[in-house]
Structures are given as structure tokens and as C-alpha cells.
Design a protein around this ligand. Structure first.
Ligand code: TMP
Length: 211
């Protein structure tokens, strides 16, 4: 059976994933490489509804395990409806966040434990890991400054967390970089968008050609 390439993008809030993916899309379009761009939490109608519950600023009473389960539920639905069919058709899937976000945010920063969060995600994903992950590395302070400057961005429940939460998320990602050195590639997000995308292309294009 043909199998596409599952590529995910990770980073703290304000690390610029969305902008970088958009720029990458333009380059892939020029090269006439087709892909599917999607995101988590969300990416399908049901998963977007779950996203709204998770990120609603009114839901301040949400328990951290409930939060982890909702992210996993949204992930499951999105995989089944969007990602699995695309991969089966041999497509390249570019996904803005995936499982590593749950490990860094819920597992490490919320202190549930990375292994516990991994275990519910094992159930949700049937052990589906990305083929390749780009981590956009930006010190959390800089990410928060970028968010503050971006007036168009809607502030969600997780954005309201204090700086030490975002610092913990960052530390969680550093652990993941050590745990999955083959899969997760670090991209310096203090560089220009063009430079970041060039680095990503250098790693991604040979993988696409291999496929
Ligand atoms: P976004 O701003 O990249 O769309 O993501 C929404 C927020 O959800 C962001 O603060 C990261 C957070 N998040 C988690 O905490 N766990 C997860 O598993 C995912 C996918 C996102």
C-alpha cells in the first residue's frame, strides 16, 4: 500500500509555525509538490468542536487530565478523518502540532508525566508517530512578545498561562529533542522566515524524493 509522509511542526506559542508552514507551502507549490496542510487541535469538523471547548477562555475550571484527554480525542478524530486517508493515498501531510505538543504541554508543563500522556495517546493514535518533525526553537519570552505584538491573533486559554508555564513547555520540548533525535529536527526560529524555510527544505525535499 502506498504510504505518504507525515510531517509535523512543533514549538512554543508565538514560535511562528503557521507563518513558516505558509511560506513552505508556497515553495512546494512552485515545485509542484502536492501536500495537505492541516492542524491540531482541530482539522476536521468534530475535532474543531473539541478545539473550541479546549481553548475557550471561559473554561478555567478544566481539569488537566480532561484537557489531555480532549487533545487526544481531537487527535484521534483528525487522524481517522483526515490524516490516515491522506497518508493512504500517498500524500505529504503537513500538520501544525501533534502528539509532541501533548507531551510537552500536558505531560511536562502540566506535570501529568510524559509517559502517562504518551499512554493515552498510544490508544488514540494506535502508535502513529510522525515520519519527521520540525521543532521551531524560540525562547518562550520572545514567543510571548511576538504574540503580544500580533493584534490579529485571538488569545486562547493556554496563551493566558504565565511565563513559567511556557518556560516549562520549552523544557519539555528540549527533552523530546533528546528522546527522538532522529525524528525531531531543531530549526532556529530567531532566524528569518526565509532562512528557516530553506533549512526545512534541505531536510524535507530529500525525504520526499526518497518516498
Ligand atoms: P495553536 O495555537 O498552535 O493552534 O495551539 C493551540 C494551543 O493548544 C497551544 O497553546 C498549544 C496547545 N496544545 C496543547 O497544549 N496540547 C496539544 O496536544 C496540542 C495539539 C496543542
Amino acid at each position: 500500500m502506498a504510504r505518504g509522509l507525515f510531517v509535523t511542526f512543533e514549538g512554543g506559542d508565538g514560535s511562528g509555525k503557521t507563518t513558516v508552514i505558509h511560506e513552505l507551502e508556497k515553495r512546494l507549490d512552485k515545485l509542484q509538490i502536492s501536500y495537505l496542510h492541516t492542524r491540531e487541535p482541530g482539522g476536521s469538523v468534530i475535532a474543531e468542536e473539541i478545539r473550541n471547548i479546549i481553548l475557550d477562555r471561559k473554561n478555567t475550571a478544566m481539569d488537566k487530565r480532561t484537557e489531555a484527554l480532549l487533545y487526544a480525542a481531537s487527535r484521534r478524530q483528525h487522524l481517522v478523518e483526515i490524516v490516515f486517508p491522506a497518508l493512504k493515498e500517498g500524500k505529504i501531510v503537513l500538520c501544525d502540532r501533534y502528539l509532541d505538543s501533548s507531551l510537552a504541554y500536558q505531560g511536562y508543563a502540566r506535570k501529568i508525566g510524559m509517559d502517562e500522556v504518551y499512554s493515552i495517546n498510544l490508544f488514540a493514535t494506535e502508535n502513529t508517530l510522525p515520519d519527521l518533525t520540525f521543532f521551531l526553537d524560540l525562547p518562550p519570552k520572545e514567543g510571548l512578545l511576538r504574540i503580544a505584538k500580533n493584534k490579529e491573533r485571538e488569545v486562547n486559554r493556554l496563551d493566558l498561562e504565565k511565563e513559567n508555564f511556557h518556560q516549562a513547555v520549552y523544557e519539555g520540548y528540549q527533552l523530546l529533542l533528546k528522546r527522538y533525535p532522529e525524528r525531531i529536527k531543531r530549526i532556529d526560529a530567531r532566524k528569518s522566515v526565509d532562512e528557516e524555510v530553506e533549512e526545512i527544505e534541505k531536510i524535507l525535499l530529500p525525504r520526499i524524493k526518497q518516498g
